[in-house]
Design a binder for this molecule. Structure first.
Ligand code: URA
Length: 203
């Protein structure tokens, strides 16, 4: 990825490059690469963890039950999936939906960072711990960070619970709905972050 990075000028180029990626062993078990989907000029981007069974088959992020919840939450705040861009920290399904390994995250990270650079969203909503910790560069659980926004490298990170977690724990669904209300408030207020990442005192 790094050697070819300079030749990548569009999201399409990057997607093509990702489709042929063999940087980690997930390339051998995947059905297809799940690069990302949505509006290439979105103001808001959502970043999940990794493709699951349905995403691996369809080649699109968040198309299973967690994806249906994500679509519903977007509709609740007057948005459609085509208004936003949706991606994951890692682009290939980990076998059995296990958590991504640190080395898988590391080798896939340049794809996500380049997606953000090309799309230039104003807000990146991180769904769950993996994307939150990667983009905030802090090993802190999302439960401590949700409900706040953080200025990072030209965009604002808004950590949220992962929709899949909310499907399994009803209490989290209430919180996730609050997270989306908070996002709506931020959008209406012109996206002023409540905190600057570097100034976080999280421990
Ligand atoms: N969970 C994720 O984190 N990403 C998907 O694409 C689907 C489920």
């Amino acid at each position: 990825m790094r050697e070819e990075e300079e030749r990548v000028n569009t999201l399409e180029d990057l997607g093509e490059q990702a489709k042929g990626c063999t940087l980690c062993p997930l390339s051998q078990s995947r059905t297809q690469v799940v690069f990302g989907a949505g509006n290439h000029r979105a103001r808001i981007m959502f970043v999940g963890e990794a493709p699951g069974y349905h995403e691996d088959l369809k080649g699109e992020p968040f198309v299973g039950s967690a994806g249906r919840l994500l679509s519903e939450l977007l509709e609740n705040i007057g948005m459609k999936r085509t208004d936003v861009y949706i991606a994951n920290v890692i682009k290939c399904r980990p076998p059995g939906n296990r958590n991504p390994l640190p080395e898988e995250i590391e080798s896939c990270k340049p794809y996500l960072l380049k997606q953000i650079e090309l799309i230039k969203p104003k807000i990146v909503c991180t769904l769950g711990n993996f994307s939150t910790q990667l983009l905030l560069k802090k090993k802190v659980g999302v439960s401590k960070l949700r409900g706040q926004s953080f200025q990072v490298d030209g965009y604002v990170v808004v950590p949220m619970y992962h929709p899949a977690a909310a499907l399994h724990q009803g209490g989290l669904l209430v919180s996730l709905k609050e997270d989306f209300s908070y996002l709506k408030t931020l959008l209406e207020a012109g996206i002023e972050p409540t905190r600057v990442s570097e100034q976080m005192t999280l421990f």
